[in-house]
Every structure is written in structure tokens, then in C-alpha cells.
Design a protein around this ligand. Structure first.
Ligand SMILES: [Ca+2]
Ligand SMILES: [Ca+2]
Ligand SMILES: [Ca+2]
Length: 430
């Protein structure tokens, strides 16, 4: 039995019992599954419990975005059952209690203990001063297209209004490939998983929608705030993964990369991976002019982070100049226990624990994992590339790594030894 994880907001307005509850912390995502059509789905998303909790649509969700502004108000509580190996009856009792966020009235003292991780003020991507500088600067900004190769994206989400790439040369719904790019009615992107233009099928597309929101949800309007300015940064949704487990296969991923590049994307988020080495995928990525931001992965079957320099995971482990690999930072400034790392193949860390963002069917939810950390860097890369028109994409990569804020727990575990700092990045070289 797994322990249950509970996350709570520490502000006084939240009375006891108003915890945000997880639905379970089962970290096991199937590494591969065979489908009825004979494809082997070897790529999978990097996300783990507590799953998605939809919140009330009228809440100001930005206050939960600790990754963007950390006031030290969050606390993570893990209730560890001391008896789970010795007394299954008692363990079950505690587990039910954990689900509701209260200690169970179990017989005997100390049946459980709680472990806390408390947020540290300032452990965030430092985006507010960056926005202020950007907003005050009337200089020209570059238009940037960001491919999100993932599960699908809810392109009708109100918080993504104006954030989605539009294929201007394609006439919707006429059954004709007007722009002759090989895809019929690809108005906003393409679904390479099902080979059609349906970009959102429901909850199986929460993962991609979540990434899109972190990168470029509308700022200052409703729900959450995306990192990049959606007046200049547009998401190109390319669904290459599907099923409730977020699985996919190589061909869809490669075709999505080729589509992205052919249709103008310059930055590409890849929040998935596999332990299998695919030389063709590596070649396609190497030959691409895009900058890829890749999740480092969520560790082994026990949810313990791996050194991918030793135990590779791909595409995080491809040694390519146009890849930034991202680890998952907890809100106390530590590397998340489940996050992969690697002094050679991982570049920097970004917030990835209990990240609130958009989900399918116009929802919002918390998700955790390196899958959530990578879009933080992708949003920052797009913001930087749009703002700093003097930088090319290799300059964007150099800036993000060179200006990462060093943290003791990250030292020696990744190239930069630090976390994403957007404000520092936009001053790069000045
Ligand atoms: Ca077309
Ligand atoms: Ca058409
Ligand atoms: Ca918003």
C-alpha cells in the first residue's frame, strides 16, 4: 500500500478540513502497453499523483501558482503509516483517514507520523519583475510558435483564448487541405495519435492542456496566468500521446516534430519519454532547428529519481545541443524525490510539484511531475525569445542555463546546479 499525499494551503482562510486532497499517489504509470491495432506505445507522459482536482471556476487560481510567486504559504504533508507492513487492518484504517486529511482515531499512539515539506518564500521562477520590465518596454516583440507535442490540448478553454496557433492558410471544415501541407483541416494543429484534427477528446488530454496553460494561458483575465504573453506566443497543439495513461509511439512523435517545424514552430515542449533508445527520433531531433525543452522523467517504479547519465531516459538523455532537459523542483527548493537528474544530461530545475493549470473540458487542476516542470522552462524560453529579439535559440538556451539561480540541493545534479529564473534570464548578456 502506498501512503497518501495531502497538499494544503496554509493561509488562514482555509480552515482545517479544507485541504486540497489527492485521489491517491500511485506513481506507477505503465511503461508500455500494446494496443489493439498492434502499435507498441513506448512513450509515456511524466506525471504522477494526486491526479487532477477540478476547482471552482470562480476562484482566483493564480494564488495557487507557487511556481510563479512563492510566498511560503504551501505545505505538503505526507502521512506515513508505520504499521503498513505489520498490521494490514490498521493500515487500511489509516489509509481511509489519510484520504480525508485527518488522523484516524486508531487504537494506540503513534500509528502514523507526518512528514512536512514547507514552502520557502522566493523559491519561484521570479517572473513578476520580468513581466513588469516586459510590459513597460515598448520595443518590438517577436512572434513565437511553441509546439506542444503531448496528449491533446483543449483549444476551446477560455484561459487559452488567443493562445492557440491558427493555421491561417487552412479553411476549417471544408474537407480540403487548403495549404497543401498534407493535413486536411488542420486549423490549430494535428492529432497524430488518432490521425485526425480532433485536438481534445476529454480527460485523456488533461496533460497537454496543462502544459499549454503553464506556457501561455491568458494573463490578467481569468483562471491562471501563463508565463509567456499570448499576444506574441502561440501554442501549436500536436497530440502524439493518448489513452488515460498518456502513451504513444515513435512514429507519431516524429511526424509531430516534422509537422511542427514545417509549420513554423521554433520551440517545442516534450513532457514525455521512454527508456528505449530510438536512433531515428534522435536523428530527427538533432536535425531540427527547433529548441526542445524535455522533461527529465519521474524516476523508477518506486518514484525515486534516477541519474539519467547512468540510467538513460529518452529524449532527455539524447546529447543534443538543441535540447534543454528539466528536473522537478519542490517548493522548498529541493529536488523532488521522484525527479530524475544528471550532471551531464539534465540542465536545470523548475517548479513541478502541485502545479495548477488548465485541464480539458475547460477545467483546472493540480498535477505534479517533470512533465509540469518542463513547460515552465518552455514558457520562459518563449517569453525570452519573444522579448530578446537579439538572441537566437541557442542564445535562449545559454541564457536560461547561465542565469539559473543556484540552489544547494541541485548542485552536482545538473549542468546549471540551479532553478529557472526568468528575470535573470532576460538580463542575460546586458
Ligand atoms: Ca492543411
Ligand atoms: Ca480545409
Ligand atoms: Ca488567465
Amino acid at each position: 500500500m502506498k501512503t497518501r499525499l495531502i497538499y494544503r494551503y496554509m493561509a488562514a482562510a482555509f480552515a482545517a478540513g479544507a485541504f486540497l486532497l489527492g485521489t491517491g499517489a500511485d506513481a506507477s504509470t505503465p511503461l508500455a502497453a500494446a494496443s489493439a491495432d498492434g502499435k507498441t506505445y513506448d512513450f509515456h507522459t511524466y506525471v504522477y499523483g494526486p491526479g487532477v482536482e477540478n476547482l471552482s471556476a470562480s476562484d482566483p487560481y493564480a494564488r495557487y501558482q507557487w511556481g510563479l510567486k512563492n510566498d511560503g504559504e504551501f505545505q505538503y504533508v505526507e502521512i506515513v503509516n508505520r504499521f503498513e507492513d505489520s498490521d494490514p487492518r490498521l493500515a487500511r484504517h489509516i489509509d481511509v483517514a489519510n484520504y480525508f486529511g485527518f488522523p484516524a482515531p486508531v487504537e494506540g499512539p503513534d500509528a502514523y507520523r507526518q512528514e512536512y515539506i514547507t514552502a520557502k518564500r522566493g523559491i519561484d521562477i521570479n517572473v513578476l519583475p520580468a513581466w513588469n520590465q516586459y510590459d513597460a518596454d515598448e520595443g518590438e516583440k517577436r512572434d513565437v510558435i511553441v509546439a506542444v507535442i503531448d496528449t491533446g490540448v483543449d483549444v476551446d478553454h477560455p484561459d487559452l483564448e488567443g493562445s492557440i496557433w491558427v493555421n491561417a492558410d487552412e479553411i476549417p471544415g471544408d474537407g480540403i487541405d487548403n495549404d497543401n501541407n498534407g493535413y486536411i483541416d488542420d486549423v490549430n494543429g494535428w492529432n497524430f495519435f488518432d490521425d485526425n484534427n480532433v485536438l481534445c477528446k476529454g480527460s485523456e488530454d488533461d496533460h497537454g492542456t496543462h502544459a499549454a496553460g503553464t506556457i501561455a494561458a491568458t494573463r490578467g483575465k481569468t483562471g491562471i496566468a501563463g508565463i509567456a504573453d499570448n499576444q506574441h506566443v502561440k501554442i501549436m497543439p500536436l497530440k502524439a500521446l493518448g489513452t488515460e495513461y498518456g502513451l504513444g509511439e515513435e512514429t507519431a512523435v516524429i511526424n509531430a516534430i516534422r509537422y511542427a517545424e514545417a509549420n513554423g514552430a521554433e520551440i517545442c515542449n516534450l513532457s514525455f519519454g521512454t527508456s528505449t533508445y530510438y536512433p531515428e527520433l534522435e536523428r530527427v531531433m538533432r536535425e531540427s532547428k527547433m529548441l526542445f525543452i524535455v522533461a527529465a522523467g519521474n524516476g523508477d517504479e518506486e518514484g525515486i529519481g534516477l541519474n539519467i547519465d547512468v540510467t538513460p531516459d529518452y529524449p532527455a538523455g539524447y546529447e543534443l545541443d538543441n535540447v534543454i532537459t528539466v528536473a522537478n523542483l519542490h517548493f522548498d527548493g529541493s529536488l523532488a524525490e521522484s525527479s530524475n537528474f544528471g550532471p551531464k544530461n539534465v540542465d536545470l530545475a523548475a517548479p513541478g510539484i502541485f502545479i495548477v493549470s488548465t485541464t480539458a473540458d475547460k477545467g483546472y487542476g493540480f498535477m505534479s511531475g517533470t512533465s509540469m516542470a518542463a513547460p515552465m522552462v518552455t514558457g520562459a524560453a518563449a517569453f525570452l525569445y519573444s522579448y530578446r529579439t537579439d538572441l537566437d535559440l541557442s542564445g535562449v538556451k545559454a541564457a536560461l542555463i547561465a542565469t539559473a539561480r543556484k540552489l544547494p540541493d541541485l548542485e552536482g545534479k545538473m549542468v546549471s546546479g540551479g532553478m529557472l529564473d526568468v528575470y535573470a534570464a532576460i538580463q542575460y548578456g546586458r
